[in-house]
Design a protein around this ligand. Structure first.
Ligand code: HEC
Ligand code: HEC
Ligand code: HEC
Ligand code: HEC
Ligand code: HEC
Ligand code: HEC
Length: 438
């Protein structure tokens, strides 16, 4: 009897020490990584204990992981069923909750990987057009959750990183060893853990005894994914996210205050695409990088409101569908700019940078090449039902070809529910925010 109670209490303790199953997690953000390495047993199972993913089946991958592979281990906590809508750290929607015509739910700055599973087919005249899901972003491997490597790309375009190895830990350090210290440098130190996340406007400033995690636990200089012969040359970007970063932008925009270094960080795997010198277009690559200053183009960004309306001013010109880097590494400044209530919509100046995330999202999006805004295939982003701008959809406005097989709900979600009414009927591509060609 005594023995049994002891065994039971050990059992309870063991499970109390585990993170809650994803489905039972509170909707509000709980803390796990805390800017560094989370509880070991959140990701590793020591004795093949029941998996968080399905509760009963014993499942463990290499390195005693709780999933079949590292990506699945992450998704045990980063995908959940029956979430009411965009919620905290979730970055993937279950297949069953996005049947044909229904978009993924999450609206984080990085984006919902669910878009990789949304393939579209439509008729353009008598031609069948297709837009396969795997073109919508980084095709991560996570077999327990139905994600597989890109069937068309073997390496990162403009680089050599093998597509077959691409997963969460290609970009994020699972053990969160990169930290931002009190003097602003990034160090990798497994001995001193971070005291808190360093990603947010609400994050504490690092002190000598309390460094914070680097932005989004991203791999820094020297990082390499276990088993992959590829080492990062560039450190993590300087950026600050608002703490309520996963939300609809129907009412107000979500502004991540990007500072500098994002393009360089992406160039860890896409080195040929970095073009930090706006004067050298000789590489035939769009400028992107710490040296890719907006200069005179900042004026266009600030004037441009929508097709046919150039009456904007710098005080309110910011558009989260076309973000820029401020060209600074000053966290005190960036923290006051990361907002979700439209209280800081100031546009760029000549010192701001074009960066990869000006046009792309980091994970995936509703469009090809994880682009933030409307497809490369279309001339007009909006449809024009009776002179009112609307997002095109197979079920609502516009024709199937303009809608690219998407329902209006899907098009709207691809823009994070930003209202079409703020644009023009026959709105042209948002490249115009900087180039004003129409
Ligand atoms: C967020 C998930 C996560 C957490 C938390 C975590 N790990 Fe890991 N760990 C991983 C992944 C993913 C790998 C790599 C497996 C691979 O590449 O196939 C790994 C690999 C390892 C390895 C083998 C490779 C090496 O670095 O020697 C050890 C040992 C390890 N982890 C120990 C720990 C310990 C100890 C803790 C707690 C202090 C911990 N891990 C916390 C995800 C995690
Ligand atoms: C046991 C649950 C759990 C697992 C497993 C897990 N996460 Fe998380 N993750 C969370 C929670 C909760 C948060 C939000 C709070 C926090 O950051 O601690 C989060 C936040 C994050 C963030 C944002 C952190 C920041 O400070 O900006 C990243 C990036 C992230 N997770 C990546 C990963 C990756 C990559 C893996 C797999 C190697 C993983 N997570 C595995 C629960 C988990
Ligand atoms: C190609 C690199 C890459 C891969 C692969 C990747 N991430 Fe990210 N992730 C990023 C970057 C960069 C950001 C910051 C995006 C921003 O702020 O605009 C980010 C942001 C996040 C966040 C914060 C919320 C958000 O979306 O902005 C979480 C949580 C996260 N990633 C978890 C994951 C998990 C879990 C996986 C695997 C299923 C994964 N990431 C795969 C690069 C990557
Ligand atoms: C001004 C907008 C813009 C910027 C900035 C930008 N891209 Fe792109 N990118 C695009 C568009 C549009 C495409 C679609 C394909 C094309 O037209 O080349 C694309 C395509 C890609 C592709 C797929 C290429 C292929 O061969 O399949 C990759 C990879 C990529 N971009 C990475 C990056 C990286 C990394 C950066 C930053 C160093 C970056 N992009 C900066 C707009 C941009
Ligand atoms: C760890 C390596 C790695 C990093 C870091 C990385 N990528 Fe990639 N990226 C890849 C690989 C591999 C592919 C090709 C496989 C695929 O598409 O999933 C790819 C593909 C892409 C594509 C084409 C996707 C498609 O299917 O159309 C774009 C666009 C892109 N990356 C942009 C970025 C941007 C922007 C960043 C920085 C936020 C970034 N990448 C950081 C490895 C990386
Ligand atoms: C955030 C602002 C911004 C956005 C958005 C943007 N660009 Fe650019 N673009 C620039 C800057 C800055 C330059 C460098 C111009 C210079 O300094 O001469 C540039 C240069 C170019 C050039 C070379 C022009 C020349 O002078 O030879 C082309 C072509 C171009 N962009 C196309 C695009 C396309 C297509 C898109 C949309 C996919 C786009 N840009 C989106 C800022 C932007």
């Amino acid at each position: 009897m005594r023995k049994k109670t002891k065994a039971l209490s050990f059992f309870l303790l063991f499970f109390a020490a585990q993170a809650l199953p994803a489905s039972a997690q509170p909707v509000l953000q709980s803390v796990f990584h805390n800017g560094g390495v989370g509880k070991c047993t959140g990701c590793h199972t020591i004795h093949r204990a029941p998996s968080i993913a399905n509760g009963t089946a014993t499942q463990s991958g290499p390195y005693l992981l709780r999933g079949t592979d590292p990506g699945s281990t992450c998704l045990n906590c980063h995908q959940a069923s029956n979430l009411p809508g965009p919620t905290a750290q979730y970055i993937s929607t279950p297949d069953s909750e996005m049947p044909k015509g229904v978009p993924p739910k999450q609206m984080t700055p990085g984006g919902d990987f669910g878009w990789l599973k949304k393939s579209y087919t439509w008729m353009s005249g008598t031609t069948i057009e297709t837009d396969p899901g795997y073109m919508h972003g980084h095709d991560i491997v996570a077999v327990d959750y139905g994600y597989a490597a890109s069937p068309v790309m073997t390496v990162a375009p403009g680089g050599t990183f093998p597509a077959s190895d691409l997963t969460c830990i290609s970009c994020h350090d699972p053990h969160g060893e990169y930290r931002r210290t009190a003097n602003g440098t990034i160090v990798s130190d497994a001995l001193q853990n971070a005291c808190a996340s360093g990603s947010y406007d609400t994050s504490p400033d690092p002190t000598p005894n309390c460094p914070v995690g680097d932005y989004r636990l991203l791999g820094g200089i020297g990082y390499s994914q276990m088993g992959v012969d590829h080492t990062f040359a560039y450190g993590p970007p300087v950026a600050v996210a608002p703490s309520d970063y996963n939300r609809s932008e129907a009412m107000t925009q979500t502004r991540v205050a990007y500072g500098e270094g994002m393009s360089e960080w992406c160039a860890n795997c896409h080195p040929a695409f970095l073009n930090s010198n706006p004067n050298t277009l000789s590489a035939y690559r769009h400028p992107s990088g710490n040296g890719a200053k907006l200069r005179f183009i900042a004026r266009n960004y600030n004037m441009y409101i929508k097709t046919g309306d150039l009456s904007g001013t710098i005080a309110t010109s910011y558009l989260s569908l076309v973000p820029f880097e401020e060209g600074t590494s000053n966290y005190d400044v960036l923290k006051t700019h990361a907002k979700t209530d439209n209280s800081y919509l100031t546009g760029p100046d000549a010192n701001s940078n074009v960066m990869c995330l000006t046009c792309h999202r980091a994970h995936a999006s509703g469009w090809d090449f994880n682009l933030r805004f409307g497809p490369v295939q279309q001339t007009f982003l909006t449809a024009d039902p009776g002179g009112q701008p609307a997002w095109p959809g197979t079920d609502a406005s516009g024709n199937a070809s303009q809608a690219m097989g998407r329902t209006q709900a899907e098009t709207s979600r691809a823009y994070y529910d930003y209202p079409a009414s703020r644009f023009s009927p026959y709105q042209r591509s948002l490249c115009n925010k900087c180039h004003i060609q129409d």
